[in-house]
Design a protein around this ligand. Structure first.
Ligand code: AMP
Length: 306
């Protein structure tokens, strides 16, 4: 069951209370694909970078089972660049720089070999590009998951609403859910957003876990209490990669499977935040992932006689 991931592949510069990086590799599709690759190979990637993007990093993606046939390299242009700064509580951040560069005119070309796509993850990108990818697939995937952010709510609202209407699952954070729905209560926000088209909504709440809604049901997954949170960049994308990767591996997206997928996604995100950038999620073992998932199970398992 093939998995297609689109999104930014980028340079990031990150500042947290624990340190600062120069340009390191990041981008939504980088985190999503690396995370998904622990469950499903190949991960078919559609993205664009400039001539400044290191070949060694493209090879690193390939070594993780990521097919880069759909990664366009614009030799004479610069890669997307994002810089962000986290505050002391690490739950809020300021975007310092967003330089779209190659993303400004990105025309996502789908290689013929990617056309049998069953699971599509639309990582963070302009909503018009996300909908173009859906329209360019000859057959609609079985499940389309979309991630987005406040940046697109601010500058491309109409396109965003149109694209949200085309997908099955939307993942956003709590702040974005409130902005999109104009409701403070996340339950009311979920009702409104589900009314825009998606059958499922995942609201990510950072260190406070994630909520999965459909019309009739709600599921809550905690985040693992961690001793060290070094850098939350990419946690949402890493979560999405674990979520879609697990679903693609199971080839099933019942509500029960989605609940497990949220736990796997949360486990992957918990690794991501322990080191800067992609450092930790490029070096995981199956044993470490299984142990982490077990920690989630232990955290919430209890019995009450009533
Ligand atoms: P997250 O922390 O999960 O929200 O994702 C952070 C990643 O999103 C970084 O690696 C950035 O390169 C990428 N990013 C930030 N802003 C945008 C944007 N406007 N479009 C696409 N990707 C972005």
């Amino acid at each position: 069951m093939s998995l297609l991931v689109i999104g930014s592949v980028a340079f990031d510069a990150i500042e947290t209370p624990f340190g600062k990086t120069d340009k390191i590799i990041g981008g939504a599709a980088t985190y999503v694909s690396l995370s998904a690759s622990y469950y499903k190979k190949p991960v078919n990637l559609v993205a664009v970078v400039g001539g400044d993007f290191p070949t060694s990093e493209i090879m690193m993606l390939q070594q993780h089972g990521i097919d880069t046939t759909g990664l366009q390299i614009k030799e004479n242009e610069k890669s997307f660049f994002w810089a962000g700064k986290y505050h002391n509580d690490m739950n809020s951040r300021d975007t310092l720089v967003t330089e779209l560069n190659v993303l400004a005119n990105f025309d996502p070309i789908i290689p013929e070999s990617y056309q049998d796509c069953k699971y599509l993850m639309l990582g963070n990108l302009a909503p018009k590009v996300q909908s173009t990818v859906i329209n360019r697939l000859k057959k609609r995937p079985k499940l389309i998951v979309m991630d987005t952010m406040n940046f697109w709510m601010d500058i491309a609202y109409d396109d965003l609403i149109e694209t949200i209407g085309m997908v099955d699952v939307l993942t956003i954070n709590d702040e974005e859910a409130r902005q999109l729905s104009k409701e403070y209560s996340l339950v009311k926000a979920a009702k409104k957003i589900l009314g825009m088209g998606p059958k499922y909504l995942i609201i990510k709440k950072g260190e406070h876990g994630a909520l999965l809604f459909n019309k009739d049901e709600v599921f809550f997954a905690p985040a693992l209490p961690l001793e060290e949170v070094f850098d939350p960049t990419g946690a949402g994308d890493t979560f999405a990669g674990g979520f879609i990767g697990y679903i693609a591996k199971q080839d099933d997206f019942s509500f029960e499977t989605m609940k497990s997928a949220i736990i796997y996604g949360s486990a992957m995100a918990s690794f991501c935040v322990e080191k800067f950038g992609t450092e930790q999620i490029t070096n995981l073992s199956k044993i470490a992932i299984d142990q982490r998932v077990k920690s989630f199970i232990d955290l919430v398992q209890f019995e009450i006689a009533i």
